[in-house]
Design a protein around this ligand. Structure first.
Ligand code: FE2
Length: 463
């Protein structure tokens, strides 16, 4: 923690509420300051007990928890103590923010978030800290300054907006009733340091305006192209940051990450493929994170298996992003289940997702044939027991065999809910065990092992 961050947190008693003990510990470790160790509660019930016993300056709570949710806890806190509350949400929970706004949540953190975001969000909860309060008051005027990022695109303004031309002198830049336009605002902001001003008397309208926005975010995601693109880019960046690991060579990671970003940018240019990306992201956080992970690791394994051709690596990247797009047509309750917990009928439905994804993408003429094949074959295996076609090894394309390895690897190291995630090493050992030797493609397993500096052939001989 930096000295300046330390001073902002000095003396603050923080309660962290998260049912994931590891995340709770990470947050606690990061927010230790002096002798002040944040308190961690693993359930909202425990948090209620702690809050009843002592005063906290800040509560940071996950939204999704078994039993009482973060929103329910926020509701209880608002009637029992004045502590500001930061809610941690997945980006698919974004619509819940309107309810949380109504209940008085101070701020949000969207998973995955960086340390800087965490600190900035916490700082925004303590208005006495100069320069960190989004409504910070200019002491010489009757105006509040507001950062450009706090304005909303394509909404009719409920109040006037001013620019500051000198001390105590303000010029009206936008009038109440004008439609807010980020492009115009961005152009202007280059001259005025990303800051606009609102009259103190309009502050309530400004806040209400943002509440209206929060209520409309979900609608915007489905109706506004600009918002969709921003949503996809922001969430993709967050996922890719989260996926960064020092266990793989930095150059390879950067190359793969840049390719995935370029692919997402390309998909964002077409209305239909942008819609598919949004559907993946809106279906569930995990599905979107898994899709980006498989894209990234397919490229990484491809690079370390000797694939050099840019079109081939692009196909891996695109195939990885789209491989599970067929799942967007399946009921969420089915996707929330482990395959071993599904009924035989449910398994049959679940296994249609590769065929459905293939059909969805076949309607887009720009999608390369090799990518359609990747989507269709990503659950085939070298034993010939996969689906939908039970292809033998030689019938499955080499790229599909590579992506099948990336898919399984990501399934082992990045889990949904509270399932234990394997370490990279554990996952590779499991995939290269005697039991699985005939399931996965040997070259792709070698590439995966190389990526993590492990020797697959040597272990195979000594096994
Ligand atoms: Fe799949």
């Amino acid at each position: 923690m930096t000295d300046s961050s330390k001073s902002k947190l000095e003396g603050k008693k923080i309660l962290i509420v998260d049912d994931d003990p590891e995340l709770g510990k990470i947050l606690s470790d990061r927010l230790v300051h002096g002798s002040h160790l944040p308190v961690v509660a693993e359930t909202a019930k425990v948090a209620q007990q702690l809050i009843s016993e002592k005063k906290f300056d800040l509560v940071i709570s996950d939204i999704r928890m078994p039993g009482m949710s973060g929103i329910q806890l926020l509701h209880w806190i608002r009637t029992h103590c004045p502590s500001p509350v930061i809610l941690i949400s997945g980006f698919s929970d974004i619509t819940g923010k309107s309810e949380a706004n109504d209940l008085g949540a101070m701020a949000y953190l969207t998973k995955p978030f960086s340390y800087d975001e965490l600190i900035k969000t916490i700082q925004s909860c303590f208005p006495q800290d100069p320069g960190t309060n989004p409504f910070s008051e200019d002491p010489d005027s009757s105006f509040f300054n507001i950062q450009i990022k706090d304005f909303i695109q394509n909404q009719k303004l409920q109040h006037d907006i001013y620019v500051r031309i000198s001390e105590n002198k303000y010029l009206k830049a936008y009038q109440s009733g004008d439609e807010f336009n980020l492009n115009l605002l961005s152009a202007s902001s280059r001259l005025i340091s990303n800051t606009f001003y609102v009259r103190k008397s309009d502050l309530q309208k400004y806040k209400e305006f943002n509440l209206i926005f929060a209520n409309k975010i979900k609608q915007s995601i489905t109706s506004n192209r600009y918002t969709k693109i921003n949503f996809i880019k922001k969430t993709s960046d967050m996922v890719l940051q989260k996926l960064y690991t020092t266990n793989v060579p930095f150059d390879s990671f950067s190359q793969a990450k840049n390719l995935v970003i370029s692919t997402i940018n390309l998909l964002s240019e077409s209305t239909y493929t942008l819609e598919l990306l949004c559907n993946l992201a809106n279906k569930s956080d995990f599905l979107y994170m898994h899709s980006i992970s498989v894209s990234l690791y397919s490229v990484l394994i491809g690079i370390h298996s000797g694939w050099k051709s840019p079109p081939v690596l692009f196909n891996l990247s695109l195939g990885g992003l789209m491989h599970d797009v067929g799942k967007t047509t399946l009921p969420q309750e089915l996707l929330d289940k482990h395959e071993q917990d599904m009924t035989p009928e449910e398994v049959i439905i679940y296994k249609t997702h590769s065929q459905k994804g293939f059909e969805l993408l076949s309607e887009i003429k720009e999608i390369p044939r090799q990518v359609l094949q990747l989507v269709l074959e990503h659950h085939e295996n070298c034993l010939g027991t996969g689906y939908p076609s039970k292809f033998k090894k030689t019938e499955i394309s080499p790229l599909s065999r590579t992506m099948a390895v990336a898919n399984e690897f990501c399934n082992l190291v990045i889990k949904n809910s509270n399932d234990r995630e394997l370490s990279y090493r554990e996952a590779i050992l499991e995939m290269t065990s005697d039991e699985n030797l005939e399931v996965f493609d040997e070259e792709a397993l070698t590439g995966l092992s190389k990526l993590f500096g492990m020797s697959y052939s040597k272990r195979k001989k000594s096994a």
